[in-house]
Design a protein around this ligand. Structure first.
Ligand code: BJ8
Length: 425
């Protein structure tokens, strides 16, 4: 690591030794999981570079933006509208939460039986290892599941710039009104932070920029319908993960470039795995960087993942925002309409998600579904049962798994997943 980077991390208040350890683990996992794959599209070289510079060049870019007066806003959830952030000339970054860190310290603040995603966000803070978190001028928490809601009360004492957004739990007239009120409140808070008033023109541009990156991911997803699959689930997941912290325009361009390459592959009937490899849809909790455990097991066990019904996946990207409004008011309504369609399991009831999973199975020609639930995640674990039932009724095989970020259960998961894949053949 260059001395410049070390100085940069030090200035952010990171614990250099702990940070080194985290980067070591991340680099090793990436090497073992990603770089060992065969027949990767050349365009993935961009994402390899992004990952090698995830705490380097990208952080330098963010700090340069800050130096130039731009604010950085960190978020843990796809309900935080990037359109509003960009329109106020600020940058939104996802705070990844995909690895265990400083667990002993975390368990002094959170009960042991808290989901790995929430624990991880605390671990990155307590361990002082996340340059995204430390460079954020505002961190947005959201009242989604009970675990997150209560955890933000404790996080408030660890960070000085936490903003909590309330979210509806029921899709009703009142629920929509709450979302609209909360987006108005968020817009005002972002305008206060940045000193920038959002205009119809800036909001339209921001909507178009976010639509473009979502459309690029949609294009990538659509190409995964081909058999043989032109890209692995691991690589597609990585693109979905990088979506949350890369520069939007550069990300859009890079994903579109990969899509051009995949279209040629499809024409030539080239794939990452042979034709008729069992095809799996993963549905459930988000898989944040560097949580690659499930796709790694699946794709080294004789199947390919062809879609993710997840917030790091289609739940987060499938809807675009109408950009035809003329006024800020029109476009705020369009933003609310767009986000109100997100079918997270925190909603009750949540029948749209069951429909969407079945639509995805048909569209991606999946042979079966693996429902991915993080241990202690009540919303998704509870919903995994109706999901399984709905799929069984349609004769679609479903395997429900419940896991965390540790590697202790890899052997056991592999055995179950291999048996499931055997059943799909
Ligand atoms: S919109 S899925 S990103 S809340 S896994 S912390 S639900 S106990 S992450 Fe999520 Fe927004 Fe919903 Fe998407 Fe709680 Fe479950 Fe943990 Fe979760």
């Amino acid at each position: 690591m260059s001395d410049d980077y070390k100085r940069m991390w030090e200035a952010l208040g990171l614990d250099l030794a702990a940070h080194d350890a985290l980067l070591g683990v991340l680099g090793k996992a990436y090497q073992d999981i990603y770089l060992s794959q065969k027949h990767r599209p050349e365009g993935m070289g961009y994402f390899d570079f992004v990952m090698s510079e995830v705490h380097g060049l990208r952080i330098k870019e963010l700090l340069d933006e800050k130096e130039a007066g731009r604010k950085i806003i960190g978020s843990y959830c796809v309900f935080v509208p990037e359109e509003i952030v960009l329109a106020a000339n600020a940058t939104l970054v996802g705070l990844c939460s995909g690895a265990d860190f400083a667990m002993e310290e975390v368990e002094k603040l959170l009960p042991r039986n808290t989901c790995a995603l929430i624990k991880s966000s605390f671990g990155f803070k307590l361990g002082k290892v996340c340059p995204y978190l430390e460079s954020a001028d505002m961190i947005v928490g959201e009242n989604t599941c009970d675990g997150k809601k209560k955890a933000y009360e404790s996080l408030n004492s660890l960070v000085k710039n936490l903003y909590v957004m309330d979210l509806p739990q029921v899709k009703s007239e009142q629920g929509r009104a709450l979302l609209r009120a909360e987006y108005d409140r968020f817009k005002a808070a972002v305008e206060r932070l940045t000193g920038v008033s959002i205009t119809a023109e800036s909001l339209k541009q921001a909507i178009q920029s976010v639509n473009a990156k979502r459309a690029a991911i949609q294009r990538l997803s659509s190409l995964r319908k081909a058999d043989p699959a032109p890209i692995s689930g691991l690589d597609a997941l990585l693109a979905n993960q990088v979506f949350f912290y890369d520069n939007p325009a550069r990300f859009t361009e890079s994903v579109n470039k990969i899509c051009d390459e995949l279209e040629k592959r499809i024409e030539q009937e080239k794939g990452v795995f042979p034709q008729k490899t069992p095809r799996i849809l993963v549905s459930g909790c988000p898989q944040a960087v560097p949580n690659w455990k499930l796709p790694f097991i699946v794709e080294t066990s004789g199947a390919v993942i062809v879609g993710e019904e997840s917030c790091v996946g289609e739940r987060g990207t499938r809807n675009l925002t109408d950009d035809t409004g003329k006024t800020v008011e029109d476009m705020m309504e369009a933003i609310v309409d767009r986000y109100y369609k997100v079918d997270c399991a925190i909603f009750t009831p949540n029948p749209e998600r069951l429909d969407h999973i079945q639509e995805m199975v048909a569209a991606y020609r999946a042979d079966g579904v693996i429902h991915y639930g993080l241990q202690f995640c009540q919303p998704y674990l509870m919903e995994s049962m109706p999901v399984e039932k709905a799929l069984e009724e349609k004769n679609i095989p479903c395997l429900r798994i419940e896991t965390d970020y540790s590697m202790e259960d890899v052997g056991q998961l592999k055995t179950r997943i291999e048996a499931f894949i055997e059943q799909l053949r």
